[in-house]
Ligand binder design. Structure first.
Ligand SMILES: CC(C)(COP(=O)(O)OP(=O)(O)OC[C@H]1O[C@@H](n2cnc3c(N)ncnc32)[C@H](O)[C@@H]1OP(=O)(O)O)[C@@H](O)C(=O)NCCC(=O)NCCS
Length: 157
């Protein structure tokens, strides 16, 4: 797959491309599953036809990834909902606007697919990042064992 969707981002050296799940593991693994087996990077639904993965490249280096899955959130009856998963930027590249650019591109692509709603299970440390992108906390926080406190966050597009 690996087709280029967008060029000329923070500099002309950057691009966001649609990538495979396996390619996304290259950033998911060190950032979200460090020290765990590579299999722990796999999400149910990674290979569904309605799922897509985006990668942020600087030159040819993959530095950030995000995955979007068509999936409604339990009690919210949104038929055109997507779940954002596996949001990760390599440590040395964080706080440069890469995560922001990936989420905005994902939102654009979801809208183009007829999606109207996005939700995610956000790690506590990432809540402010999502709030800056217009997401709000929904429901009470919960703990994922070995990962920590999470908040469901939502946004209507
Ligand atoms: C969370 C993460 C994806 C953000 O990506 P990023 O490229 O570093 O974020 P950006 O540079 O695009 O930040 C956009 C804005 O959010 C803010 N922000 C980013 N991460 C933040 C954090 N952890 N806490 C508070 N604010 C944060 C930035 O300061 C920036 O604000 P500004 O526009 O006012 O300058 C990245 O830090 C990361 O991969 N973290 C580790 C894995 C993780 O927690 N993933 C989320 C799982 S739910």
């Amino acid at each position: 797959m690996d087709c280029i969707y967008f060029v000329n981002m923070e500099t002309s050296k950057s691009s966001i491309k649609e990538i495979t799940a396996t390619t996304a593991f290259k950033v998911r693994h060190p950032v979200l599953r460090e020290g765990k087996p590579i299999d722990s990077c796999q999400f149910t639904g990674d290979d569904f036809p309605t799922t897509f993965h985006l990668g942020y490249y600087i030159h040819d280096e993959l530095v950030g990834v995000v995955t979007l899955m068509k999936n409604s959130y339990k009690e919210l009856d949104h038929k055109n909902a997507y779940q954002l998963r596996g949001m990760a930027v390599l440590t040395n590249f964080q706080k440069r606007g890469i995560g922001d650019a990936l989420v905005k591109k994902a939102e654009e692509m979801i809208l183009a697919r007829g999606g109207t709603f996005i939700w995610m299970n956000a790690r506590e440390i990432a809540v402010r990042f999502y709030e800056k992108l217009g997401y709000t906390k929904h429901d009470v926080p919960f703990t994922i064992p070995k990962i920590g406190l999470h908040f469901v966050m939502i946004k209507t597009l």
